[in-house]
Write a protein that binds this ligand. Structure first.
Ligand code: MLT
Length: 303
């Protein structure tokens, strides 16, 4: 009998896949395997019997990979399982930055007691007029599971898409992402021509703070920048300065970092990219399947 501990809430649809060989335990110290979402595992001691950890999500920066590798503990993640949810929120972010939906909703709420609120909409139409994303250029940095989906959806909405991924060449991008995505082999070619830029790369030493003052300075004036990947990718002090000067017209981010959280042109969301019922089910199912394959057969999927 293997004992599984959930460090976070894990979708019951995933847990239901566990067979009779498994039981859930509230005591992490007796766990053979751990299911985790966002809990920080860097701060915990390694349970004596721990053999594997599966993260119900793509990023693994909440897991001490070196420490676990040294201890012979396998670590799994669930790439692609929440990609559609993140893609949809990125699209929503582009639309929120283009149309002042938030301003409009706040205006209606503030005037809700005025029985003529509907009739005074003329003023609001002018105040909250926006732009369209169709015909605009989107730069996608990182064309993995999420970036590729964002690129395809943006093309379907009539945007021109320029993609950059250091692990891909133009042929691969055309085969795996879309034949009509323009491939940039250098970010210096993508930055100056995009109206919107979205980043979908993992948090690695090489990507930390890659969106810094120097990168922002190369972007088009008034660019909309979206970060639904990891907070450490963006230098938020530099982003705040770019918002202040108008270099960046809107920063849509899934990370509530202090430097930007109160800024008028920042649309800050509390890490909800993967928070849909569907994505949570998909991630939990994949994570549970990975643990069972490893514990029963030594198979390593997405390790
Ligand atoms: C991910 O890495 O896929 C997300 O951080 C998942 C989550 O929100 O838990």
């Amino acid at each position: 009998m293997y004992k599984i501990h959930c460090l976070n809430n894990i979708s019951p649809e995933g847990l239901a896949l566990l067979t009779d060989e498994y039981e859930l335990t509230d005591n992490v110290e007796e766990a053979d395997a751990i299911l985790v979402r966002s809990a920080d595992m860097h701060v915990m001691d390694i349970p004596a019997n721990l053999k594997a950890v599966a993260r119900a999500g793509a990023g693994v920066n909440n897991i001490p990979l070196d420490k676990f590798a040294e201890a012979g503990i396998a670590v799994f993640n669930t790439p692609g399982a929440n990609a559609n949810a993140v893609k949809e929120l990125v699209l929503a972010g582009m639309l929120l930055a283009s149309r002042d939906i938030i301003g409009g909703v706040e205006w209606v709420r503030a005037n809700a007691d005025d029985e003529n609120v509907g009739k005074s909409a003329e003023k609001a139409k002018k105040q909250f007029a926006g732009g369209e994303i169709m015909g605009k250029t989107l730069g996608v940095i990182g064309l993995g599971a999420i970036g590729a989906k964002v690129a395809q959806a943006a093309e379907a909405l009539g945007m021109k898409v320029i993609g950059y991924d250091p692990a891909m060449d133009g042929i691969t991008v055309h085969e795996k992402v879309s034949p009509t995505v323009e491939f940039a082999d250098d970010l210096a070619k993508l930055y100056p021509v995009c109206d919107f830029i979205t980043i979908h790369v993992p948090a690695l030493p090489a990507t930390k703070m890659m969106i810094n003052g120097e990168a922002l300075a190369q972007m088009k004036d008034g660019v909309v920048f979206l970060n639904f990947s990891r907070d450490v990718l963006v230098d938020d002090e530099a982003m705040a300065a770019a918002l202040e000067s108008g270099k960046v017209s809107a920063y849509v981010t899934d990370f509530a970092n202090p430097a930007v959280v109160k800024m008028e042109r920042a649309i800050v969301i509390p890490h909800l990219g993967a928070s849909t019922a569907e994505a949570e089910d998909n991630c939990a199912k994949m994570a549970v399947e990975e643990l069972m394959a490893y514990l029963e057969r030594g198979e390593k999927i997405h390790c």
